[in-house]
Design a protein around this ligand. Structure first.
Ligand SMILES: Nc1ncnc2c1ncn2[C@@H]1O[C@H](COP(=O)(O)OP(=O)(O)OP(=O)(O)O)[C@@H](O)[C@H]1O
Ligand SMILES: Nc1ncnc2c1ncn2[C@@H]1O[C@H](COP(=O)(O)OP(=O)(O)OP(=O)(O)O)[C@@H](O)[C@H]1O
Ligand SMILES: [Mg+2]
Ligand SMILES: [Mg+2]
Lengths: 228, 228
């Protein structure tokens, strides 16, 4: 479902160029569960933003369901993202002065196909699955760090996307809450949803079936998970 | 150095009251290294904000170096915080459109006693210690999550505070970078600086000498670290 060929991403800052990705090749089949690991600054979020159609590569190709995504115009690009991808940001990116419930309902207003008949109910269900049924009306500033993270997770799931991209989804969660969240992901994966998740925690990577290791903008290792 | 007696913190939202802290008692001596653990939403950040003089309790007392802090007025309250405490926020709270270097120099402009003669050099040194000497001019949006976290850490250290309060300082860091950051903390603690750090990772808690466990706004356990 995902095919990346020789992807690069260079950030220009005046005369300086930061080579965040230096030629990444990656194929992910439908229904896979992949963990991406690597040092701070190695390019993981940059890769996730490209996969999530939030950014375009400097060079190389990205095929999503056979469509050459890096060549799409603004509208088509955004539509692909809204219809097929659920994205959980490393820094959550929730709307301030907007309740947890409204934050989670937001993707449903972009859903032109109107698949989800009752957005309110879908949002309540998504928030309940991550343990926040008693925090629906709280705004981000009235939530703990781990609660904000879980609102971001619920928001990514509510549209029932085909692909979930999760950037450090358990970074602010205690072990027990992490296990609850990972079993939600495992459940979705059992239903055929493709999951790619960035983590720095080896215990979390064990939930995946394949680990891809990034270093300095390149994939250094790509192998099945052993010891599950 | 820190004495908390029966501290409570209630957040009012319309008719609803959230009892984030329900009567916390805690004494921390100068030079201690304490880890605070507990489930998401158990009250850790709320306690840290009270300790850091960023918030006031609903009831109870907080003595910092023998001074009854909860009764200080706005100015005295802020001065105590700026002079004695270095705070690392769970969500970093860096200034956007401001370079890493300028973000780290910020506390030095509040330092009325002018202890630090060369703020620029102190900031460069703090950023170098967390591995960011090649990212001084980058703004937060041009930094990875773990790099932003490290800028927040450098900012808390630059004023050479007597007490460091770190809320999940390694939440976005890979194991190797975490070890580098924890050895910076260990180093500071060896010099007599008091460290209180919130973490959900047992490996990180092992760097401390005492673990305090919060659950539903109360301290459930307070014991020395074994198995170091
Ligand atoms: N401003 C606020 N208004 C209402 N409720 C709040 C507010 N701030 C925090 N809370 C609630 O208080 C409780 C404790 O929050 P706190 O941020 O201290 O938790 P925490 O232990 O740091 O959690 P985490 O590990 O997820 O960061 C949470 O249930 C949260 O929803
Ligand atoms: N807009 C930008 N301009 C300049 N450099 C950038 C920009 N965004 C990211 N970078 C740099 O690109 C590199 C890769 O960043 P990225 O966010 O992908 O890292 P990461 O692997 O997600 O790190 P972490 O584990 O810390 O989140 C970093 O060194 C970062 O400083
Ligand atoms: Mg990242
Ligand atoms: Mg917290």
């Amino acid at each position: 479902v995902i095919e990346i060929k020789n992807l690069t991403r260079v950030f220009k800052m005046g005369d300086i160029a930061v080579h965040a990705l230096r030629g990444v090749n990656l194929n992910v089949d439908t229904g896979e569960f992949v963990a991406i690991m690597g040092a701070s600054g190695s390019g993981k979020s940059t890769l996730m933003n490209l996969l999530g159609c939030l950014d375009k590569p400097t060079s190389g190709e990205y095929f999503l369901d056979g469509i050459k995504v890096n060549e799409l115009n603004g509208n088509a690009f955004a539509t692909i993202r809204n219809e097929r991808i659920g994205f959980i940001f490393q820094t959550f990116n929730l709307l301030a002065r907007t309740s947890a419930l409204e934050n989670v309902m937001l993707p449903l207003f972009y859903d032109r196909r109107g698949r989800i008949k009752n957005p309110g109910a879908a949002a309540v269900e998504a928030l309940t699955r991550v343990g926040l049924s008693d925090r629906l009306e709280h705004e981000p500033s009235q939530l703990s760090g781990g609660q904000q993270q879980r609102v971001a997770i619920a928001r990514a799931l509510v549209n029932r996307p085909a692909i979930i991209l999760a950037d450090e989804p358990t970074g602010n969660l205690d072990s027990r809450t992490s296990v609850e969240v990972m079993s939600v992901f495992q459940n979705l994966n059992d239903q055929g949803i493709t999951i790619i998740l960035v983590t720095h925690e080896p215990d979390i990577a064990l939930y995946a079936r394949r680990v891809v290791e990034l270093r300095d903008g390149l994939i250094r290792r790509d192998s099945p998970v052993t010891g599950r």
